[in-house]
Design a protein around this ligand. Structure first.
Ligand code: IMP
Length: 458
């Protein structure tokens, strides 16, 4: 039995909480794409753990695997493992030998390219973790893989090929001289320094028995009857192929990538459950279109975008949902649920069920709207257009639901689905109908206990 978990919107759907709930019934939790650009919080025995790379299941005693589709920064990996150990846990983490390694120069180049793009209003607002440059090197066949760290000769050969190119890119294309630039760590462009640091990571990985042939490892565990969860990071609308290109991440959060990114066949993923995670409204950091946006955030909402006449609703949702940047404290953009985005996500991944989070945040509003469709050039569209520029031209057409009261959500969670206020259940039934998949779980608060499980999957 397998369960693949996919974000259906812009990446902040609350996947971590759902992985946590279903992961407790799993033996192995596998990430199949992305790297330390993800962020999830796991609460275990009253303690909060913030992770960006290690699969959240590792906190709960599952085996956590970083699949070959991931990009792995060994510094982050060992930092997270050390933090967990200091707090008394003993995480069992395996890393695919075919996964690519994020090197220090990837992070530096990610930052510099974003700065340059910002000058042209093109920045994707990346997390600065070097994700894009590492995937570029993977596709360009000049990457370094986890398996290469285990073999000092191969590692040196890979670095000797790649590093001069990176240095030339920095100095000759971006005009940033390595040695006399304050923000640039010169060791990041030095083969010997990189070799010393990263071959040591290789030794440590080997010593701790972490490297695996991911597909073979998982196939064996599956044959032994283990239950596997494939944990997608980010979301469909920022998928490299199916998202709002070029404002996307450089991997595929959609379910197809769970096969490529683990080394198991698509039949394995398709035979299991594919659970789409939906946030009951939208939130977004950064610029770019958002057809169902409420209010506007200066500096982020494009000129003429948003709905200034609905800024009180925007404020309400932002406050109730805590929609402020965790680092910057800046308000996030918020919007009504975008149903064409959900239909697109459900098709791209083949959802067999959905989990809807944060319906408690919308409680207390008189009316709750959804962007049911778009109007584009006088035609009605039920799904997202293929280009971001055309998406910007879409006018959302809305449906209105009666609001639901703010109730004791802890008590609701303890009682189960039928205790959810009737109007909220009508909203959930509408979502299920539109995406063509039943509701498997509903999040009514941030904690694990506040997720109502309708369908036990594992
Ligand atoms: P990158 O993945 O760091 O290259 O960033 C590319 C885009 O994806 C940016 O718009 C990021 O804000 C967004 N992004 C990356 N990871 C996440 C995530 O876990 N949640 C939400 N957005 C993300």
């Amino acid at each position: 039995m397998t369960l693949t978990i996919v974000g259906s919107q812009l990446g902040d759907e609350g996947k971590g909480g759902i992985v946590d709930v279903y992961g407790s019934g799993a033996d192995v939790v596998v990430r199949y794409q992305g790297g330390d650009n993800a962020g999830h919080t796991v609460v275990q025995d009253g303690q909060e753990y913030k992770l960006s790379l290690i699969p959240s299941g590792a906190v709960r005693g599952n085996v956590g695997v970083l699949g070959n589709g991931c990009v792995v920064n060994p510094r982050t990996l060992f930092d997270e493992i050390s933090t967990l150990r200091e707090r008394g846990l003993d995480p069992d983490v395996r890393v695919a030998e075919r996964a690519h390694v994020i090197l220090p120069y990837h992070r530096i180049l990610d930052g510099i390219e974003e700065e340059r793009k910002a000058e042209e209003d093109l920045s994707a607002g990346t997390t600065g973790r070097g994700i894009g440059p590492t995937y570029e090197d993977r596709a360009g066949r000049r990457g370094v893989r986890i398996g290469d760290l285990l073999d000092p000769g191969t590692l040196r050969a890979r670095l000797e090929y790649a590093v001069p190119q990176k240095r030339a890119l920095l100095e000759d294309v971006y005009g940033v001289p390595v040695e006399d630039h304050d923000d640039v760590d010169a060791d990041a462009f030095d083969v010997d320094a990189l070799h010393a640091e990263f071959s040591e990571y290789g030794e440590r990985l080997a010593r701790e028995g972490m490297p695996v042939n991911c597909g073979a490892f998982l196939a064996e565990r599956r044959a032994a009857g283990d239950r596997l969860v494939f944990e997608g990071a980010q979301g469909t609308a920022i998928d490299l192929d199916h998202g709002i290109y070029p404002y996307v991440t450089s991997s595929n959060p959609t379910a197809g990538a769970a096969a490529v990114g683990t080394g198991l066949g698509p039949g394995v993923i398709g035979d299991g459950e594919v659970l789409g995670i939906v946030k009951a409204y939208l939130s977004r950091v950064g610029t770019g279109p958002l057809p169902t946006e409420l209010g506007r955030v200066d500096g982020q909402t494009p000129a003429g975008g948003g709905r200034p006449d609905a800024s009180d609703v925007a404020e309400y949702v932002r406050e109730e949902g805590g929609e402020y940047g965790t680092v910057t404290g800046r308000p996030r953009r918020v919007g009504w649920l975008d149903v064409p985005m959900l239909r697109h996500a459900a098709r791209a991944s083949g959802f067999t069920g959905v989990a809807v989070n944060h319906i408690d945040v919308l409680a207390g509003l008189d009316q709750v709207k959804v962007g049911h469709a778009y109007e584009l050039d006088g035609e009605e569209l039920e799904t997202m257009p293929t280009t971001t520029e055309r998406w910007a031209d879409c006018e959302a057409t809305f449906r209105t639901f009666d609001g639901w009261p703010d109730v004791d959500w802890g008590a609701v969670a303890a009682s189960g689905y039928d205790a959810i206020p009737e109007n909220a259940r009508a909203y959930l039934a509408y979502i299920a109908e539109e995406v063509g998949a039943p509701i498997y779980a509903v999040g009514v608060g941030p904690g694990r206990e506040q997720t109502i499980v309708v369908e036990e999957l594992l």
